[in-house]
Design a binder for this molecule. Structure first.
Ligand code: M6R
Length: 607
């Protein structure tokens, strides 16, 4: 999604604005631009495509100043070309915007009637014109900015330069995050603390409806009623070094390899080392007493929720409804009176998940966020937070955040089962003990990477790829397909193994790769029958199984990836690893941009 950086300083800001933009690349974007206040007023440079293109525009026609704003745009309204790239400027105003202005059409018509001429197809440009309109009515800069923001409907984080010699940044947030950073003799604005990490760790998170006037040595924040308010300055938990690739070629590769440590860290927060029992803290009563659980998320996080449904229902006997956040609040869901809703999200900023969370709060449900970003919007608004301690995830394809989500959800399911007296202490402890060796099991799964690399050329040549599984391995099959699709652009589908013969089997041709996730469990025999059906129709079987299951695939599969035996609930966490590796090496084979796949954003902050 779009990224915003702003700096007001006593020294030139251009180079650092570009550095901030580079750090925001991971969010996904298709054009970029900067604007600065220099001796001649506000000047800007923009370019479609990568930041490299903007850098070469800046090399050809340099600009600099001591106050500026910059932006990476992920197109919503209008094609990703120079004209539609931010900053948008009119007269003495330049703005950058993240989000969608839902009432831009009537505003645009209204402004056009007063003589404003629009240069772009974007919804965002209307903000610059609104500010100029208010300046033309003799309002001062701050009043013009606030009066303009007041007219906006929809979701936005906005930063603006107002006035041709004004060393001030104006900012506002409503639905999209924005952070103010405190430097030494300079101040910053960023879409997230990560963008500002090389400059400062001292940050203040604007809250919903806040606006800010940021000067070189001070910030004045107002709440949604216009009243000045104090917001707490915090130390951001991310450091610049945490976001380097180190010796890896891609963030995704690094993040796959970080999983043993990420899981160990996450589990340590939820398992009492003495009693070896789950530690659910403030979430415990919300899980123990709920009549029903609702688990809501998007993309990979939704698939983590889907795995968790099997665990909560089978162990704790509690009914769990899973929902895709973008569907949930538009289908008039029948919600329990005494229910708890779980929101699973790496970023904690996904617009649909955030909106679903607010919907549930209004409906009187208790809310728990299972979140990787501790300072996110969802973290600040849910009743309780269960953190996944995966560390910053930069690659667009979610890897370590997914397995950390699964770990938190598995331990929560065991804890809930114990609280609801479906498991006694000994049984709960036995389940928890199964996690003792999880980091080592994941390390062994990562060691299948050479084998995954040799399978990758087969997948890279395929017209389409199928993933199948039963039970908890069904949502995992969906996750395998999603991972492959998003970074290789290959058509890939995940199915419940027993469902293929009800339609999708028609797509199987001679040589179609079918990736079967089937460690030895009570459902394995059934899955083997489905494998026979595929093989009989020419499918090329690639099996992901464990040592006990491997003999079953000897004669049936072209490749068998053998994982260590995975006790208790650890199976889907370990089996996720070869799926990530297969996607990674296939993308490498195809030469796609695997950390920033086309059209995708890391954190989707628009509906
Ligand atoms: O930040 P979130 O976990 O809320 O993001 C949800 C999805 O956008 C995300 O999982 C997406 O599907 C990933 N790119 C998948 O790898």
């Amino acid at each position: 999604m779009c990224g915003i950086v702003g700096i007001v300083s006593n020294r030139p800001v251009r180079a650092r604005l570009v550095e901030g933009l580079i750090r925001l690349e991971y969010r996904g974007y298709d054009s970029a631009g900067i604007a600065v206040v220099n001796g001649q007023g506000i000047v800007r440079r923009r370019a479609p495509g990568k930041i490299l293109n903007l850098q070469s525009v800046l090399d050809d026609a340099p600009i600099d100043g001591t106050c500026g704003i910059a932006h990476t745009r992920w197109a919503t309204h209008g094609r990703p070309n120079t004209e539609n790239a931010h900053p948008h400027q009119t007269g003495n105003v330049a703005i950058v915007h993240n989000g969608i202005i839902e009432n831009f059409k009537p505003l645009r018509e209204e402004l056009a009637r007063s003589g404003h001429i629009f240069a772009t197809q974007t919804d965002s440009e209307v903000i610059a014109h609104l500010i100029q309109y208010h300046l033309d009515k003799d309002m001062d800069e701050e009043s013009a900015f606030l009066a303009s923001v007041d007219r906006l409907e929809g979701a936005y984080a906005v930063a603006a330069l107002v006035g041709d010699a004004n060393q001030t940044l104006y900012a506002a947030r409503h639905g999209s995050p924005l952070v103010v950073g405190f430097g030494d003799g300079e101040m910053f604005i960023g879409s997230d603390a990560f963008a500002l990490a090389p400059f400062t760790k001292r940050v203040l998170y604007l809250e919903e409806g806040d606006s800010a006037v940021v000067k070189i040595d001070a910030v004045c924040v107002r709440d949604n009623t216009g009243k000045p308010v104090e917001r707490q300055i915090q130390m951001a938990s991310i450091s610049a070094a945490m976001a380097e690739k180190g010796n890896y070629s891609h963030f995704m590769e690094k993040e796959i390899h970080e999983q043993p440590e990420a899981l160990a860290r996450t589990m340590a927060a939820y398992i009492d080392p003495q009693s070896e029992m789950p530690l659910l803290a403030e979430s415990a009563p919300l899980l123990e007493n709920a009549d029903r659980l609702v688990a809501i998320a998007c993309g990979t996080a939704y698939l983590a929720a889907s795995v968790a449904k099997y665990w909560f229902e089978s162990l704790a006997g509690v009914h769990v409804e899973t929902d895709i956040a973008s569907e949930f609040r538009y289908r008039t869901p029948a919600l329990p009176e005494n229910g708890t809703a779980l929101f699973i999200s790496q970023s904690g900023e996904t617009a649909d998940t955030l909106a679903a969370m607010r919907y549930c709060k209004r409906a009187g449900l208790n809310t728990i966020g299972v979140l990787n970003a501790p300072e996110s919007s969802i973290a600040r608004e849910t009743t309780a937070v269960m953190r996944t301690l995966a560390g910053p995830e930069i690659g667009v394809a979610s890897t370590k955040a997914f397995t950390a989500q699964l770990a938190v959800l598995a331990i929560s399911a065991i804890g809930t089962a114990q609280l609801r007296k479906k498991l006694n202490a000994v049984e709960a402890q036995r389940h928890i003990k199964a996690f003792e060796h999880l980091p080592e099991l994941v390390r062994q799964a990562i060691a299948t990477k050479e084998q995954c690399r040799t399978i990758a050329p087969t997948l890279a040549k395929a017209k389409q790829v199928f993933f199948i599984g039963r039970g908890v391995y069904y949502p995992l099959a969906l996750e395998g397909a999603l991972k492959l699709k998003e970074i290789t652009y290959l058509p890939a589908e995940g199915y419940a193994a027993g469902e293929l013969k009800h339609g999708p089997i028609a797509l199987i041709e001679e040589g179609t790769p079918v990736i079967v996730i089937a460690p030895s469990d009570p459902l394995m025999e059934k899955t083997i029958s489905n494998v026979e059906e595929m093989a009989a129709r020419g499918a090329k079987i690639i099996a992901i199984t464990d040592e006990a299951g491997a003999p079953q695939f000897e004669a049936r599969a072209e490749h068998t990836i053998v994982l260590p035996d995975m006790p208790g609930l650890t199976g889907p966490i370990v089996a996720a690893i070869p799926l990530q590796l297969l996607a990674y090496y296939t993308a490498l084979e195809l030469g796609t941009n695997l950390d920033q796949p086309r059209n995708l954003a890391k954190s989707v902050t628009v509906e």
